[in-house]
Design a protein around this ligand. Structure first.
Ligand SMILES: O=C(CO)[C@H](O)[C@H](O)COP(=O)(O)O
Length: 207
């Protein structure tokens, strides 16, 4: 199981400081959507140059022009791009095709998707990696709930999970054995990001 650090609602300087502090505790660096909107591909390129051996996720949250946006992010050095599950199949297929050309991956974000039919369709178009996700605004009604795992039960996806995950909720999530746990604010907004990331890493790696 991997730990992915999500960098959201942060300045470039804060992103660089937090990654520097936590780099030994995390497996993936996620450059968040808002950070990309602020700094563009330049910050993805900068992370690639600073951390050549770390896996980088560009949280593009693409919902159209999939091939073009994927190419932008892969050219900047990312390993994984995100595309929304509610997008047209054509958008997802184009994104997958570009990822294949670069030898990289696509993570399909399941934000607001609750239908097993959609999951079956995603399987049919060869989606491999999905993200069970409770969005930032939706977190006002509650953080990631393990009930969400029912959406992917019995389907052969690589599964990541995200949505307000913290030290208290992590143990129940680990029980469900996702491939990757994505954590943002519980680490980035804490007084000691390294300490929180380190505790999470220990819990994840000892499971
Ligand atoms: O994609 C995101 C928001 O849309 C975040 O990266 C993801 O939810 C993880 O951050 P947090 O732990 O703060 O919820």
């Amino acid at each position: 199981m991997n730990l992915q650090l999500a960098l959201d609602r942060l300045t470039r300087e804060e992103c660089l400081r937090i990654v520097d502090e936590t780099k030994d505790e995390i497996d993936f660096i996620e450059v968040g959507t808002g950070v990309i909107k602020e700094y563009g591909m330049a910050i993805v390129r900068e992370m690639r140059e600073l951390y050549p051996d770390k896996a980088i996720v560009a949280d593009m949250k693409t919902c159209d022009a999939g091939g073009h946006e994927a190419k932008q992010a892969f050219e900047a050095g990312t390993d994984i791009v995100t595309v929304m599950a509610f997008s047209s199949d054509l958008t997802i297929k184009d994104t997958l095709q570009v990822a294949q050309q670069y030898g990289k991956q696509v993570m399909v974000d399941l934000l607001e998707v609750s239908s097993r039919d959609r999951m079956e369709q995603l399987k049919k178009i060869d989606v491999r990696l999905v993200s069970l996700h409770v969005g930032k605004d939706k977190q006002q009604e509650g953080n990631f709930d393990t009930e969400l795992f029912s959406l992917v039960k019995g389907l052969d996806f690589e599964v990541t999970v995200a949505g307000g995950i913290n030290l208290d909720t992590l143990p129940d999530i680990i029980q469900e054995k996702p491939d990757t746990v994505i954590v943002g604010s519980a680490i980035t907004k804490s007084e000691n990001p390294k300490e929180v990331a380190s505790k999470m890493r220990k819990m994840i790696k000892s499971s």
